[in-house]
Design a protein around this ligand. Structure first.
Ligand code: GLY
Length: 398
């Protein structure tokens, strides 16, 4: 009898100690998130007081902040980050700032010469409307989506990305990100044509942008007179045949998002193939934050000289979190995304409050071979980091 009581007591003690350990682990897990959230809140408050609507902080070069006006492809990210910051922290002051910085971009509705309207308008006005349901945001969203859809050429089956340069009809992998605006607008404005354009663009891109290992070309240039592929090349990567890190990230997010919106299994399969390429890449550093191009010669685990791209990592985390809820073995994607978010939330990448010109993350790369925005904070790194953190928090709760 005495022995039995002893065994029960030992058993109870073990259960309590396991529970305590689990709680400690939980607290530890939440520790990095709480620290990141507090930093984000402080940085965004300061940034909103420092910068002016219509002149949004984009990056930092040699200590000088580069500002983005309403025509800049990145201009929607700062207001979008404020909206995500409000969701993450619950700080109502950030929602008020988000509104001011969103409205400062009203003139985007007249832009017709770029595919970036999804990044620009959907990340700012789209989030504003999603969060507030305030219909006064709709006219800009309605004008912008018309301008985006007008860039679709049915003969080629894709939206034209750029109007500049020597290209005939350039389409870049980044363009996958603009499709979310079309899928959303299709039901909001009751226009099935928008979703059809999105699906067709994604299918054409799937056919022409990808290599057998599911890495992607940055630019595919089409011949508008025949609709055929004219040339496959790069603009921001190391070489035409290299795997530019952010491009791979755009592709992953793009196809996971297309599956989310269409339930077309071809998109899910494509996203899983891209995820496999990224997650198993031998040059991925131990902290899972990639170098700016996977084919940079010194992009090796031990070599700290090659500039990392935190923006690519943040976009990959978003894409993997999306995937994690859509497949049976989703835990592997969740875990990888969590590892990325923990790395980005470490001292190496996360700014200290008051530093980094009030950007949140350090160490991203814009366009290395143009000597532009190398090892700098970037507004889109911050935006997708916050999107991923919000998503991570939601998934943790369920
Ligand atoms: N969309 C341009 C870039 O990712 O740098």
């Amino acid at each position: 009898m005495e022995n039995m009581i002893k065994s029960i007591l030992v058993g109870v003690a073990i259960v309590f100690s396991l529970q305590a350990n689990a709680q400690l682990k939980n607290e530890h897990t939440e520790g990095w998130l709480a620290n990141a959230t507090s930093t984000i809140n402080q940085q965004l408050i300061k940034a909103s007081q420092t910068y002016l609507p219509g002149q949004n902080p984009r990056s930092v070069t040699c200590g000088t902040v580069r500002l983005a006006n309403y025509k800049d492809w990145t201009t929607g990210f700062f207001p979008g980050t404020l909206w995500y910051g409000y969701e993450l922290t619950g700080n109502k002051a950030l929602a008020a700032d988000a509104k001011r910085f969103t409205l400062g971009l009203d003139s985007m509705r007249y832009i017709t010469d770029t595919h970036d309207l999804g990044f620009m308008i959907y990340c700012s006005y789209g989030n504003a409307y999603r969060i507030t349901k305030d219909k006064s945001y709709l006219p800009v969203l309605s004008d912008g989506i018309k301008n985006l859809a007008a860039r679709f050429n049915p003969k080629i089956g894709v939206i034209r990305s750029w109007d500049f340069g020597e290209w005939k009809y350039p389409v870049i992998i980044d363009n996958m990100m603009n499709l979310e605006y079309l899928f959303w607008g299709s039901s909001e404005f009751d226009k099935s044509a928008y979703a059809q354009i999105g699906t067709t663009h994604a299918l054409t891109t799937m056919k022409n942008h990808f290599r057998p290992d599911f890495s992607s070309y940055h630019v595919v240039d089409y011949d508008p007179s025949t609709g055929k592929v004219f040339r496959k090349a790069t603009h921001q990567g190391l070489t035409d045949s290299s795997a530019w890190s952010r491009g791979q990230a755009w592709g992953l997010y793009g196809y996971a998002m297309c599956y989310e919106n269409t339930k077309d299994l071809r998109f899910l399969t494509q996203a899983e193939h891209i995820a496999k390429f990224l997650m198993n890449h031998p040059k991925t550093p131990a902290d899972k934050i990639p170098v700016w191009d996977y084919d940079v010669h010194n992009a090796l685990q031990a070599d700290e000289r090659a500039p990392r791209d935190a923006s690519a990592a943040a976009v990959i985390a978003c894409g993997l979190l999306k995937l994690s809820t859509k497949v049976k073995n989703g835990q592997q994607y969740f875990k990888y995304a969590e590892d990325i978010l923990k790395s980005l939330s470490s001292d190496k990448y996360l700014a200290k409050p008051g530093e980094n010109n009030y950007f949140i993350l350090k160490h991203s790369v814009g366009a290395f071979l143009y000597n532009s925005e190398i090892d700098t904070p970037l507004d889109y790194a911050d935006y997708y980091y916050l999107e991923a953190l919000n998503q991570y928090k939601k998934l943790k709760k369920t």
